[in-house]
Design a protein around this ligand. Structure first.
Ligand SMILES: C[S@@+](CC[C@H](N)C(=O)[O-])C[C@H]1O[C@@H](n2cnc3c(N)ncnc32)[C@H](O)[C@@H]1O
Length: 354
C-alpha cells in the first residue's frame, strides 16, 4: 500500500509528478514520482509503507491542482480466469470498504477497457458484498480499482470525502441545449468543484450581480443567467440573442482588462485567452480592490514548467493580497473541461455577508 496512484489529463503527467513530489518533500514523506508520457496517470512510490497514507491524511485532494483522482494501494496482476478470486484474496489485507468504483485511464486504451469494467463490475460487486468486503457507507473508505489492462489493476483506497467527486474525476454534466457554447460546462464544473452543493442557493443566488469578461458568445453568462443573476457581459464580439432576450444581460463593448464596475458585484468570471500573468493580475485587482466577492478565472498555461508557473502566479497573487491586507481564499484546479489551462476560484473572506 506504499504507492499513491493519480489520474490526470493526458500530457500533464509531469505536472502531477512535480506537484506531488513538492508536497511529499514538504511533509517529509520519502519516495519518488514516476509517470509515462501521455499515460494519463502518475505514481508516487513511498519508501515507507505508511507514506502514501500520510500524504492522503495531510493533503486535501481538492487543493491539488493537476491530479483528477487519487488512491493509495498497489498493483495486482490478474489471471485470465478467476480475477474475482484473486482480487478477494488480495483484499483480505484491506479494510471493509464503503463503496466501489471501477476506473480506467482517460486514454483511448482506457475507453476500450471501460466496456470490460462495466461487465466485470456486476459479479465483483456481488462477490465483495457476499464476502463482507463491501458494506455501502460514506464513512468507510472507497475501493478504487483502476484497470490499466484486463490483467493489471491498481487496487487502491481513498476516503470518499477526500478524493474525486466523480469516478476518474470526470463529471457527467449534460450540455444544456440552450447554451451558446460548449465552454458553459467549464463554469458549471468550476461551481461543482469549488462551491459545496449546499451553499449554491446562498452563493449563486437570483438576486446577485455578475460581470463576465470576454463573454461572447455567452456560455459562461448563460450559467450566471441560469442562476437568475443580472450580468454585465464585456466583449467586442456578439452575444447570443437568446441570452439578450432574457433581459438579464447588459452587453458592453469594452476592454475586459480595463473595465471596472461602479459598484461591487457578487461574481466576476473571465475566460479571455491571455498571458496567465495578465489574468492573475486581473484577479488581484478585482478581489484586492473589492470589485467582486468571488471570481472564477481561467489561467492559460505556458508550454513548459507548467506546474512551476502556476505556483509562481498563485504565490504572487497571495502576496498581493497580504500586502493589501485583504483575506481571500484561493483555489486552483485543472478541471476536466480545461485543456491547456487551469481554473482559479477566489473569494473575499473578510466582507460582510450580503
Ligand atoms: C474563449 S472566448 C469566451 C467564451 C465564453 N466564455 C463562452 O462561454 O461563450 C474568449 C472571448 O474573449 C474575448 N476577448 C479577448 N480579449 C478581450 C479583451 N481584452 N476584453 C474583452 N474581451 C476579450 C474574445 O472576443 C472572445 O469572445
Amino acid at each position: 500500500m506504499n504507492t499513491l496512484f493519480m489520474h490526470c489529463r493526458p500530457g500533464f503527467e509531469g505536472e502531477v509528478c512535480s506537484e506531488i513530489a513538492e508536497h511529499a518533500a514538504r511533509l517529509g514523506v520519502a519516495g519518488y514520482a514516476k509517470a509515462k508520457p501521455q499515460s494519463a496517470c502518475a505514481e508516487f512510490v513511498c519508501n515507507d509503507a505508511e507514506g502514501a497514507a500520510q500524504l492522503m491524511r495531510e493533503l486535501r485532494f481538492e487543493q491539488l491542482i493537476f491530479p483528477r483522482q487519487w488512491a493509495r494501494g498497489s498493483f495486482v496482476e490478474l489471471p485470465e480466469t478467476d480475477r474475482v478470486g484473486v482480487l478477494l484474496e488480495h483484499l483480505a489485507d484491506y479494510p471493509v470498504c464503503g463503496s466501489l468504483w471501477l476506473e480506467v485511464m482517460d486514454t483511448n486504451d482506457g475507453k476500450e477497457l471501460s466496456t470490460f469494467c462495466r461487465k466485470f463490475e456486476v459479479p465483483l460487486r456481488k462477490a465483495l458484498s457476499k464476502a463482507g468486503r463491501l458494506e455501502e457507507s460514506a464513512s468507510k473508505p472507497r475501493l478504487l480499482l483502476t484497470f490499466v489492462s484486463g490483467r493489471r489493476v491498481f487496487v487502491g483506497l481513498a476516503p470518499a470525502n477526500n478524493s474525486a467527486m466523480w469516478p476518474m474525476g470526470i463529471p457527467r454534466l449534460k450540455f444544456p441545449r440552450e447554451a451558446p457554447s460548449r465552454s458553459t460546462l467549464k463554469l458549471e464544473e468550476a461551481w461543482h468543484h469549488f462551491i459545496p452543493r449546499d451553499q449554491w442557493d446562498e452563493r449563486l443566488s437570483g438576486d446577485m450581480t455578475g460581470v463576465d469578461l470576454g463573454a461572447a458568445p455567452g456560455g459562461w453568462t448563460y450559467q450566471l443567467v441560469r442562476r437568475g443573476m443580472l450580468v454585465t457581459a464585456i466583449d467586442n464580439g456578439p452575444m447570443a440573442e437568446s441570452l439578450m432576450d432574457t433581459g438579464l444581460v447588459q452587453h458592453l463593448m469594452a476592454d475586459g482588462f480595463t473595465y471596472k464596475p461602479k459598484q461591487m458585484v457578487d461574481w466576476m468570471v473571465c475566460d479571455i485567452v491571455e498571458k496567465p500573468a495578465r489574468s492573475a493580475a486581473l484577479l488581484e485587482t478585482w478581489l484586492g480592490e473589492g470589485l467582486c466577492r468571488e471570481a472564477v478565472v481561467n489561467l492559460k498555461l505556458p508550454m513548459k514548467q507548467r506546474y512551476a508557473e502556476v505556483r509562481r502566479l498563485l504565490e504572487r497573487i497571495e502576496e498581493g493580497f497580504k500586502a493589501r491586507k485583504v483575506k481571500v481564499s484561493i483555489g486552483c484546479k485543472q478541471l476536466y473541461h480545461d485543456r491547456e489551462e487551469v481554473t482559479c476560484h477566489l473569494r473575499r473572506l473578510d466582507l460582510k455577508p450580503r
